[in-house]
Design a protein around this ligand. Structure first.
Ligand code: SF4
Ligand SMILES: [Zn+2]
Length: 145
């Protein structure tokens, strides 16, 4: 891929991808302004390169990059078909291996590391199990009263 890929991107020459700070104050404003442009990223073959160039998390970026809408460097909206491997490599942190670690990765606009992914899967499975038990417990409670 050559360095002039932005000229071939679907957004080339189009406005509204990085609204002026004078035009919005909340994430909801940003969504209202940018959502129509987000669809432009749908067929773009440069999403990963776009994110690697803009570095939205580090730059505290506000606007559209790589099929996602970022506000202060965090993803607040995304196309349905984005791929996690379009994001930056995850940094390992003290929180890794926990659900909070997965949230930290997302906050930094990067992929979720394998141990955080596993922790999230386990927490979700536990929650599902607990939820599945609840109605039975209630039924038993009713039966014994
Ligand atoms: S991903 Fe979106 S913002 Fe980035 S180059 Fe492609 S069309 Fe433009
Ligand atoms: Zn992690």
């Amino acid at each position: 891929m050559t360095g002039d890929w932005p000229l071939s991107a679907p957004c080339s020459g189009r406005d509204g991808f990085t609204p002026s700070e004078d035009d919005w104050s909340t994430g909801a404003d940003l969504k209202r302004l940018c959502r129509p442009q987000l669809d432009t990223c749908g067929p773009c073959p440069f999403r990963a390169a776009c994110i690697a160039t803009v570095k939205p998390a580090q730059a505290k970026f506000d606007g559209i990059a790589g099929g996602r809408l970022w506000c202060n460097g965090e993803v607040i909206d995304a196309l349905d078909d984005v791929f996690e491997d379009e994001l930056a490599e995850p940094k390992l942190r003290a929180s890794c291996g926990t659900e909070a670690g997965a949230r930290d990765h997302k906050r930094h606009g990067e992929r979720v590391c394998p141990s955080c992914r596993q922790a999230t899967r386990e927490v979700s499975a536990r929650r599902r199990e607990e939820k599945a038990k609840q109605p039975k417990q209630l039924q038993l409670d009713f039966a014994t009263t």
